[in-house]
Design a protein around this ligand. Structure first.
Ligand code: FAD
Ligand code: FES
Length: 263
């Protein structure tokens, strides 16, 4: 059950330009959180911004959580000013986690930029629950924007790097690296990143006949399925119309369900 918890900030550190890692003491939320779920963080000074900001769980520890985030606008800029010892209000865990299916012999995580945020927790869950070590395709604009490479190596993951400018790894898009890996029929692909990157990843998976799970982002107001502020279109008709709520039905979806031309 989601709860609202007052959490002490333990650490809030810049890890790359405009990218931060925050660790908070949150025993209630951490005790229930699973990889792929998210939380809503209050970033108010006075009344603004009114809405909490959604953030994935980068790592889930017994009594704390880490959040990896990119400064996009006012709210995340305010988050970057949180200091250790400060108490902040966090609501969570929200949404559905990544399903962990033991029938796959290969798990490939495809991350674009800050889209890597939920994947350290997922890698840990795949290793701990399924006894498999995932491979990671880590893609970003340039070397300076590749995040979590050391963390994945420490977990024993094989990491394939790709950058738009060729400053590290292959000068290629993440989806091209995935196609080149040519995973066999037993593979499961998980992706998170810019919509265009997830759309390309889904296309490769569809060509190769592979299942693909995508963790989506949308601007959110309630975070709890009520306001319909976060709907994205789907390719199938559902009872409530041909759309899903990212916060309540997701944020993790079968990528084949999403109408990528409509998002
Ligand atoms: C389920 C979920 C999990 C997320 N996890 C993370 C995470 O782990 N790390 C991270 O850095 N970011 C994450 N995001 C995105 C993050 O919530 C937004 O970047 C943040 O809310 C922007 O707030 P802001 O006040 O800084 O920017 P604003 O001033 O509100 O907006 C700045 C720009 O960002 C766009 N934007 C605002 N909110 C979102 C959003 N939710 N998704 C996409 N674009 C948005 C706006 O359209 C605008 O162009 C997640 C989003 C969702 C829905
Ligand atoms: S944010 Fe309100 S329904 Fe998803």
């Amino acid at each position: 059950m989601p709860r609202i918890e007052d959490c002490e900030v333990h650490l809030n550190q810049e890890v790359a330009e405009d990218h931060y890692r925050m660790v908070v003491h949150a025993p209630g939320i951490a005790g229930e959180a699973r990889a792929g779920q998210f939380c809503m963080i209050e970033v108010q000074e006075g009344l603004y911004p009114f809405l909490r900001r959604p953030m994935s769980f980068e790592r889930i520890y017994p009594d704390s959580l880490s959040i990896l985030y990119k400064v996009e606008g006012k709210g995340t800029r305010m988050m970057s000013r949180f200091s250790p010892g400060q108490t902040i209000s966090i609501q969570g865990p929200l949404g559905k986690p990544f399903p962990l299916d033991p029938h796959h012999d290969r798990h490939i995580l495809v991350a674009g930029g800050i889209g890597v945020a939920p994947f350290p927790a997922l890698a840990e869950a795949i290793i701990g629950t399924l006894g498999r070590t995932p491979e990671v395709i880590l893609a970003a604009r340039s070397e300076n924007h590749l995040l979590c490479e050391d963390e994945f190596h420490e977990m024993g993951c094989t990491v394939h790097l790709a950058t738009d400018d060729g400053s590290a790894g292959d000068k290629a898009f993440a989806s091209e690296v995935l196609r080149r890996l040519n995973p066999g029929p037993g593979a499961m692909v998980y992706c998170c990143g810019p919509m265009v990157m997830m759309k390309a990843t889904q296309r490769v998976c569809s060509d190769l006949g592979l299942p693909c799970l995508a963790s989506l982002e949308a601007e959110m107001a309630c975070g709890d399925g009520v306001c319909l502020g976060c709907v994205v279109p789907t390719v199938t008709d559902r009872e409530a119309g041909s759309s899903v709520r990212v916060c309540h039905d997701g944020p993790v979806f079968d990528a084949g369900l999403i109408d990528w031309d409509g998002v």
